[in-house]
Design a protein around this ligand. Structure first.
Ligand code: CO8
Length: 257
């Protein structure tokens, strides 16, 4: 697939996807979502990739779903086409995705960042769910993931007023893992992703799965599942290698098996 709205690069075992519709502040139109789905699927299936970075431009990670594309849709168009259903590629990916957010991450852009596993924000980042100002509500998980990330008080404040939240506030609220200077955003995200990609891939996938269970199940069930997954990792060569390397005071060389 020839990409028009994204760019992809590989950096060792890290796959980088850059949203690239500068004329529309990376507004997420159908073409971009299809390309993102294709590129993510490619990296997710590629045995030489261990972690993915998703970023935008300095001005915008993504300013939301494409309002010009949505404006004239009827209920039946939206319902039958289920265009938001195609956004799930990010949430479905098994490999970890680091979102490197600079500038605006609004509406679907904020929701896209929240589908990722680690959010790094430039000090210029602005997060928000402004859909209410358009006469709608968040439709790609915003009311759910934002509430889980920052709690009801702040989620209600953001969703009901549509106001933006800066990077520092987003970090304090728990939406963002780390804030870095804008000029270092992509380098820092690549560093974080490279560190993850150097670890045991089976352990990394299972760790992601286990943390995500915390959002979907009870504490007791989550802990039971975590313990089973922990024991299951003793069936991997990487567990033997990781623990032997520690005992032998050397760096582990994981075979991803
Ligand atoms: N959709 C389409 N075009 C956009 C969007 C967008 N979301 N955001 C910006 N653009 C376009 C502008 O129309 C403008 O284009 P043009 O030059 O042709 O007029 C260009 O990008 C530059 O934008 P501005 O001139 O507005 O730039 P400013 O720096 O003045 O303002 C803002 C930047 C504050 C980000 C402003 O552009 C803005 O408010 N954008 C809209 C933000 C928004 O409301 N986002 C939510 C969209 S709704 C949504 O995401 C629903 C998600 C539900 C699920 C989605 C399923 C698909």
């Amino acid at each position: 697939m020839a990409y028009e709205t994204i760019e992809i690069e590989t950096h060792g075992r890290v796959g980088l996807i850059r949203l690239n519709r500068p004329q529309a502040l990376n507004a997420l139109n159908a073409r971009l979502i299809a390309e993102l789905d294709n590129a993510l699927g490619g990296f997710d299936r590629d045995a030489d990739i261990g972690c993915i970075v998703l970023t935008g431009s300095e001005k915008a990670f993504a300013a939301g779903a494409d309002i010009k594309e949505m404006r004239d849709k009827s209920f039946v168009d939206a319902f039958l086409d289920d265009f938001i259903g195609r956004w799930d590629a990010v949430a479905r990916a098994r490999k970890p995705i680091v979102a490197a957010v600079g500038g605006f991450a609004l509406g679907g852009g904020c929701e896209l960042a929240m589908m990722c596993d680690i959010v790094l924000a430039a000090d210029t980042a602005q997060f928000g769910q402004p859909e209410i100002k358009l006469g709608v509500i968040p439709g790609a998980g915003g009311t759910q993931r934002l509430t889980r990330a920052v709690g009801k008080a702040k989620a209600m404040d953001l969703v009901l007023t549509g106001r933006m939240m800066g990077a520092e506030e987003a970090e304090r609220a728990g939406l963002v893992a780390r804030v870095v200077p804008a000029a270092e955003l992509v380098v820092e995200a690549l560093k974080t992703a490279a560190a993850i990609a150097a670890l045991s891939l089976p352990a990394v996938l299972i760790a992601k799965e286990a943390v995500n269970r915390a959002f979907e199940t009870t504490l007791a069930e989550g802990i039971r599942q975590e313990r089973r997954l922990f024991y299951a990792l003793f069936a991997t060569e990487d567990q033997k290698e990781g623990m032997s390397a520690f005992v032998e005071k050397r760096k582990a060389a994981f075979a991803n098996r």
